[in-house]
Design a protein around this ligand. Structure first.
Ligand SMILES: *Cc1c(COP(=O)(O)O)cnc(C)c1O
Length: 287
């Protein structure tokens, strides 16, 4: 597991991009890092993964790939599936169903403590699990090797956060500054998420407050615009849920560019199928 780092220029800033979207076609992005532990170890008792979350989650799709690779069953709890999606499956939902995900509709989320069966591997929403540190240590060590090859002293790393698992374990295993912006909830929510996994605040990344609050999963003109621009100028397709908010916030903070900046591309491109359809319906058809 190793992904290339490419040097690019965007809006007159030089930036390095860690292309974790290229790790592999099926199992890629930060979910491949977070679930690497499960892929690379044997779990002789396990027969089934149980998890829960949104009906278009990137983690859901990656778990369906993991289950397929391991020949495990995969049960996924959702609180609702819109009629439209049920009748026209697309994006992560469609591809996870193709991998034989079993969807269970239930208002109450399942709890790890309720599951006593040794054949079940329970995974928290979005892969917020201590096991994630295993794969993120590998990511940190790839970055360390690259940094010394480049002859850099200190660098700044930037990546947007959901559960915060990726950014937390990256900072914990990397001594230079790691910056992030919350995409789900605010700074306090993100700190609470860090606390679930790590008591010691010395390991926490630096949280940047965005100039504008954006709701997770909502569509914004400026988010679509920057996504189109990133693709046109750098030839890289970024994710539509987290990356636009990440890039908009990074570019508002030019002080981060006082050192070489490494942006982590965390994958999620299969999820773009459904997001892009929504963006096109909203903006492209009535220009
Ligand atoms: C899951 C995901 C994130 C958020 O990762 P966390 O570890 O939950 O913070 C960010 N970007 C993409 C593309 C993702 O799929």
């Amino acid at each position: 597991m190793n992904s290339p780092i490419q040097k690019k220029t965007f809006q007159n800033q030089s930036i390095y991009i860690k292309r974790d979207d290229l790790l592999s076609k099926e199992f890629s992005g930060n979910k491949a890092r977070k679930f690497a532990y499960f892929l690379e170890h044997d779990f002789t008792n396990v027969k089934k993964i149980v998890s829960y979350g949104s009906n278009q989650s990137n983690a859901m799709y990656s778990l369906s790939v993991l289950a397929k690779l391991k020949s495990w069953e995969f049960e996924y709890y959702v609180t609702h599936v819109p009629d439209y999606l049920e009748q026209n499956p697309q994006g992560n939902y469609k591809y996870a169903l193709d991998n034989e995900m079993q969807v269970i509709l239930q208002k109450k989320k399942p709890l790890k403590s309720d599951i006593k069966n040794k054949e079940v591997l329970f995974i928290e929403e979005g892969g917020r699990e201590p096991y994630a540190e295993y794969g993120l240590k590998i990511l940190a060590s790839e970055i360390k090797t690259w940094k010394s090859e480049q002859g850099f002293d200190d660098i700044n790393i930037f990546l947007p956060a959901g559960t915060g698992t990726t950014v937390l374990y990256l900072q914990k295993n990397f001594k230079d500054q790691v910056y992030t912006v919350p995409c789900v909830g605010d700074e306090n929510y993100l700190r609470e998420q860090f606390k679930v996994l790590e008591e010691n605040e010395a390991f926490y990344p630096t949280i940047i407050r965005p100039s504008k609050k954006r709701h997770f999963g909502k569509l914004y003109r400026e988010s679509y615009n920057i996504w189109l621009k990133l693709q046109a100028n750098m030839g890289i397709e970024f994710d539509l849920l987290y990356d636009p908010h990440g890039w908009l916030t990074l570019l508002e903070n030019p002080q981060i560019f006082d050192r070489p900046v490494l942006y982590i591309h965390q994958g999620g491109l299969i999820g773009n199928e459904s997001m892009l359809a929504r963006y096109k319906r909203k903006y492209d058809e009535n220009i």
